[in-house]
Design a protein around this ligand. Structure first.
Ligand SMILES: [Zn+2]
Length: 169
């Protein structure tokens, strides 16, 4: 990430743009993003393509991290008494405002992370850096683990909504 954000904006002002993406010339693994500010990604790592897609989700569509078992752990990043603003995680405080309209009526909430629901949309516990109390829409997604083209339906909808917003649809 950069602390020289004004310099970044000054440079970016040389061209019309909607998003800023900083590519870092290294083979180390890493990336980061702040919604509506910028994203960063390394460009010579074996997982660079994945990191690019994942961080784009944060910067462009305000997607949350769906992972929870990682060295990047922040306890209480999402207070359980409130519904997080990000579209792809929920604390079930106000699930109606999230992806409830996308899941089948017979899908249990919370949804067990079993083979039966492996490919289905549901409400799976674990997400937003914690194992308990925060839920994600699918067992796996590009916002959870290293998979380049695997955004879940909820993340895809959030990205589509942002594209519609930018294009005036
Ligand atoms: Zn997702």
């Amino acid at each position: 990430m950069t602390e020289e954000y004004k310099d970044v904006r000054d440079l970016a002002a040389n061209a019309p743009y909607d998003q800023i993406y900083i590519l870092v010339n290294t083979d180390k693994y890493g990336g980061g993003a702040i919604y509506n500010y910028y994203a960063t990604c390394v460009n010579f790592n074996i997982h660079s393509e994945y990191v690019f897609v994942h961080e784009f989700g944060h910067a462009f569509a305000f997607l949350a991290d769906e992972y929870y078992t990682s060295s990047t752990a922040y306890n209480d990043f999402y207070p359980k008494l409130y519904e997080p603003l990000e579209p792809n995680i929920t604390t079930l405080v106000d699930f109606d405002s999230k992806w409830k309209d996308l899941i089948k009526e017979d899908t249990p909430i919370p949804t067990p992370a079993t083979k039966e629901f492996e490919k289905k949309l549901g409400v799976f516990e674990g997400g937003g850096y914690v194992e308990k109390g925060v839920y994600r829409p699918k067992q796996d997604c590009s916002m959870k683990s290293i998979s380049v083209d695997d955004y879940c339906t909820v993340c895809k909808r959030a990205i589509q909504r942002m594209i519609d917003y930018y294009t005036g649809k």
